[in-house]
Design a protein around this ligand. Structure first.
Ligand code: PMP
Length: 427
């Protein structure tokens, strides 16, 4: 019997969606979710999610990345619960936040100091303020297809090589501080710095482009960017909100061998708890400490956030999951490629086993944002919806994240379900 003839039940999700639409604009609390299937979840454990109608899903979205240890990791949950029995926010210091900062610096290896905040968006802003204060320069260089949060000075839409505001109500002038270049081309950066280096405070980038596609840096690119930043007195900022603790325990600097001056972390660093960090060289970071540069937040460094960071780093250092994740991701990529070929679908996969991207288009890798835009994003978004109906939860934009909780059972389940989706619905 076809699954279409007997669809998975969705009545409770539909009822909740109706209620949500009345009280929450678009029924969602982040616009990124506006285009997701209207499924409401009841719980998650390990690499699995269950919706309110009782359907299960193998999860390769991981909440957009945070659940690198899987959902509801018992050790992280216990640490948070135990810690917050003693109170949650003091408006003052506590021992666990010192431990979290020490552990972050030790695990990452290169930073000397760290500030802990709530979201990647706000820690990017802290970084940009800090680099302006340090250099006395106003502008920064950023790249097509890279995402640095939803605020006015960084939210960008690039269409046909032209960049501009991505939202109504956005103060478009604020974008003028960011000079937008194509990524993965060191010579365009060299040319811009030669002309305007003395205006530029920072270069900010995702060291592997993961917000659009999954595009690794070309050989030698990050090294050359590092050299150029040094030559022009420009601060190099890695936005590692996705890469951090995922590409390697030490993040992009370990994975690619190039060290930034500042880096923003989030997502995988706390097992799902909402927390982010700005880490970097002491001579830069200490400007917050003297009070010269302001950075604040009622909930920064809360007891729960600090507990979640320490517990997550404990797990990641005691049982590094990177080899297992790589093996799972590699087997999954091979399996998906075989299924696509068997069903005659031009599905292209690239990236790293821990975070890869699937799209429809010509063979051959995508090496920048413009090439990615030539891919058939609409067709892939349809496939993602089809997969959801068959119990595979993935992002509509093509990225697949593998967690430490994905094992052989999940591999068997996901490949069976993809096969069933491709056979029964012919996307
Ligand atoms: N930078 C990057 C590279 C990101 O991927 C994201 C979120 N996807 C952000 C910044 C913003 O982080 P947040 O959603 O925690 O504000």
């Amino acid at each position: 019997m076809s699954l279409l003839a007997k669809p998975r039940p969705q009545q409770r999700s539909d009822e909740l969606r109706e209620r949500a639409l009345r009280r929450i604009p678009g029924g969602v609390n982040s616009n990124v979710r506006l285009t997701a299937p209207g499924i409401f979840f009841a719980r998650g454990r390990g690499a699995w999610l269950w919706d309110v109608d009782g359907n299960d899903y193998v999860d390769y979205l991981l909440g957009q990345g945070p659940n690198f240890l899987g959902h509801a990791h018992p050790e992280v949950n216990a640490a948070i619960a135990h810690a917050c029995e003693r109170g949650m926010v003091y408006g003052a210091q506590h021992a666990l936040e010192v431990e979290a900062a020490e552990r972050l610096c030790a695990v990452l290896g290169w930073p000397e100091m760290v500030r802990i905040g709530l979201s990647g968006t706000e820690m990017v802003q802290a970084a940009l303020r800090l680099v302006r204060a340090t250099t006395g320069r106003r502008r920064f260089v950023r790249f097509e297809g890279h995402y640095h949060g939803w605020l006015d000075n960084v939210l960008l839409a690039t269409v046909d090589g032209r960049s501009g505001p991505a939202s109504a109500g956005q103060v478009a002038d604020y974008l003028d501080d960011g000079l937008v270049l194509p990524w993965n081309d060191a010579e365009v950066l060299a040319a811009l710095l030669a002309e305007r280096g003395d205006e530029i405070a920072a270069v900010i980038m995702e060291p592997m482009m993961l917000n659009a596609g999954a595009i690794p840096p070309r050989a030698g690119y990050l090294e050359r960017v590092r050299e150029l930043c040094d030559a022009y007195g420009v601060v190099l900022v890695f936005d590692e909100v996705i890469c951090g603790f995922r590409l390697a325990l030490g993040g992009a600097s370990e994975a690619f061998g190039v060290t930034p001056d500042l880096a923003v972390y989030g997502k995988a660093m706390a097992g799902g708890w909402p927390v982010a960090a700005l880490a970097g060289r002491a001579d830069l970071m200490d400007r917050f400490g003297t009070g010269e540069v302001s950075h604040a937040g009622t909930f920064n460094g809360s007891v729960m956030a600090a507990a979640a960071v320490v517990a997550t780093l404990d797990v990641l250092t005691r049982e590094p999951p990177y080899d297992r994740v790589e093996a799972h991701g590699s087997a999954l990529i091979s399996g998906l490629r075989e299924l696509a070929a068997a069903h005659d679908l031009p599905l292209r996969i690239q990236g790293r086993p821990v975070a890869f991207h699937a799209s429809f288009g010509d063979p051959g890798p995508v090496s920048d944002y413009r090439e990615l835009q030539a891919r058939d994003a609409g067709r892939y978004a349809q496939l993602a919806r089809t997969l959801a109906r068959h119990g595979v939860w993935v992002a509509g934009r093509g990225v697949w994240y593998v967690s430490a909780a994905h094992g052989q059972d999940e591999l068997t389940a996901v490949l069976d379900r993809v096969e069933s989706a491709l056979t029964r619905e012919r996307p």
